[in-house]
Design a protein around this ligand. Structure first.
Ligand SMILES: *[C@@H]1O[C@H](CO)[C@@H](O)[C@H](O)[C@H]1NC(C)=O
Ligand SMILES: *[C@@H]1O[C@H](CO)[C@@H](O)[C@H](O)[C@H]1NC(C)=O
Ligand SMILES: *[C@@H]1O[C@H](CO)[C@@H](O)[C@H](O)[C@H]1NC(C)=O
Ligand SMILES: *[C@@H]1O[C@H](CO)[C@@H](O)[C@H](O)[C@H]1NC(C)=O
Ligand SMILES: *[C@@H]1O[C@H](CO)[C@@H](O)[C@H](O)[C@H]1NC(C)=O
Ligand SMILES: *[C@@H]1O[C@H](CO)[C@@H](O)[C@H](O)[C@H]1NC(C)=O
Ligand SMILES: *[C@@H]1O[C@H](CO)[C@@H](O)[C@H](O)[C@H]1NC(C)=O
Length: 417
């Protein structure tokens, strides 16, 4: 009962994101149908049942969960044409930029029943509701050019935005999408020329270390999932930088046979000490994991995260205060249910060597070519079964004043396009 209530409320939150005007402004109609379907199924199935998420999976993923999509194309310029039509005929691909149109906030909420009905009517193909009918064909992510969704969870502005602008410069919009979860009070708008323009999603207050941070991550994922082309999902903060150019990062993510959710078992007060024994029997002490929240995951796992009605409610209820759910929820959930597809490491470099509750922050004079080179190639790890010295694609935490030196070194060092 308890868990059902929590699940229902979390799904209602997802629904609140998608009011009708917002959607209409945003996506082409087939995406509306998709979201309705996503939410509708969520609302119309017994939530306690784990088959819910596998239903999602069957509906929305083309093949098996952790197999990478077929590599699309290694060269990034000139921008290739969208090739949706070889799999699904006559799609909305004539207007490929629709999905990149500004996300807008609006105050009216879509009626949950409306969403459900639209979703349920999908099978009946109600022509009045679901226009144009041909859009309904989309049930699966059939794009041949998978996108990487870059999802920024910020405490305020994006001081390193100019670096990211350089990173995305010249990259075709069919290869990536951007979503930003600002604090609700944040009301600055990036200029129209910015890749961040109109990419804000409806947000709620986030307290660092609280489970409402996971809710924000779920909001980002839910928004990004509406675009079927998004096949990899990267969570970033405002202090993150890329360590390689777009094509290297894109290929690494799209080609990976594993997810990157850092997860490790740690004895002592800041590891197992944060376990709550009331989580038994769903989560046993030996299943408790810790790890960085900054993940890189595929679509199948992203769907599991937004539809998790077992572990998420449990964490929300029991993981409070010094439990720090943001460091334990995903590592624990993934390690219990999806460990096979997980590398147990994150691609986001961070320096904990100085000790304390927060990782090292990098300022202006910390930024040297040698330092950046060390982050790029300074460790050894496994990637798709082979050893590599490319273990991190992103790094944190970079302070605003580091920007000018980053802009000076990074584009050349990282061979930005
Ligand atoms: C797509 O169209 C072609 C001809 O234009 C047809 O042969 C094929 O069966 C169609 N595919 C689907 C899935 O409708
Ligand atoms: C799309 O539909 C038109 C007719 O409406 C057809 O001629 C064309 O072959 C279709 N496109 C594809 C890619 O099948
Ligand atoms: C949604 O519809 C069901 C019946 O289809 C009804 O019982 C319920 O009250 C409706 N919910 C709202 C919020 O109107
Ligand atoms: C759903 O479909 C049925 C029959 O196709 C129709 O009577 C009903 O009005 C539809 N509901 C909505 C909300 O479109
Ligand atoms: C994926 O890896 C294969 C080799 O394993 C390579 O040939 C291909 O170019 C890669 N694709 C991408 C998109 O990086
Ligand atoms: C990740 O951790 C799990 C235990 O939580 C373990 O079973 C699995 O083998 C690990 N995977 C890798 C790639 O190390
Ligand atoms: C990206 O960087 C790699 C080296 O990491 C380089 O080989 C490649 O040419 C660069 N791509 C572009 C588009 O500049």
């Amino acid at each position: 009962m308890e868990s059902e209530r929590f699940s229902a409320s979390s799904f209602l939150k997802v629904i609140n994101i998608f009011n009708l005007h917002y959607l209409l402004a945003l996506f082409s109609l087939f995406l509306i149908v998709a979201s309705g379907l996503l939410i509708g199924i969520a609302l119309s199935l017994p939530l306690k049942d784990l088959c819910l998420s596998s239903q999602f999976q069957q509906l929305f993923t083309p093949s098996s969960a952790f197999k990478p999509s077929p590599p699309p194309y290694p060269s990034l310029s000139p921008p290739p044409p969208i090739k949706f039509s070889t799999i699904v005929n006559n799609t909305s691909s004539s207007n490929p930029t629709t999905e990149s149109e500004p996300l807008t906030k609006s105050s009216s909420d879509i009626h949950p029943n409306q969403t459900t009905t639209v979703a349920l009517n999908r099978t009946g193909m109600n022509k009045d509701v679901l226009k144009p009918p041909k859009a309904i064909i989309h049930e699966a992510p059939l794009s041949e050019t998978p996108k990487v969704a870059f999802m920024f969870l910020t405490k305020g502005p994006l001081p390193l935005a100019p670096l990211w602008e350089e990173f995305f410069k010249g990259i075709h919009k069919d290869l990536y999408s951007i979503y930003v979860h600002y604090p609700p009070s944040f009301n600055q708008t990036p200029p129209e020329t910015s890749v961040f323009h109109g990419r804000a999603i409806p947000s709620k207050v986030v307290n660092w270390g609280d489970m409402n941070m996971i809710e924000a991550e779920r909001r980002l994922l839910a928004n990004a999932l509406l675009d079927f082309s998004n096949q990899r999902f990267v969570l970033l903060s405002e202090s993150c930088i890329p360590l390689f150019n777009f094509s290297t990062i894109y290929n690494y993510l799209i080609n990976s046979s594993k997810n990157f959710v850092e997860a490790y078992d740690m004895p002592g007060p800041v590891g197992r000490g944060r376990y709550r024994s009331k989580m038994k029997p769903t989560i046993k002490l030996e299943q408790w994991r810790k790890g960085s929240q900054w993940f890189q995951i595929d679509r199948a796992l992203a769907l599991e995260v937004v539809s998790d009605s077992t572990y998420f409610p449990l964490f929300k209820r029991l993981c409070k205060g010094s439990c720090y759910g943001d460091e334990h929820y995903l590592p624990t959930m993934v390690s219990i249910r999806f460990w096979e597809g997980n590398s147990n490491r994150t691609l986001t470099w961070v320096d904990w060597s100085k000790g304390g509750a927060h990782p090292a922050r990098f300022r202006r004079m910390d930024i040297t070519k040698e330092f950046l080179e060390r982050l790029r190639h300074g460790s050894v790890c496994e990637y798709n079964g082979k050893q590599t010295d490319v273990c991190h694609l992103f790094a944190r935490k970079f302070m605003p004043h580091s920007l000018d030196r980053l802009l000076r070194f990074a584009p050349k060092l990282m061979q930005f396009a």
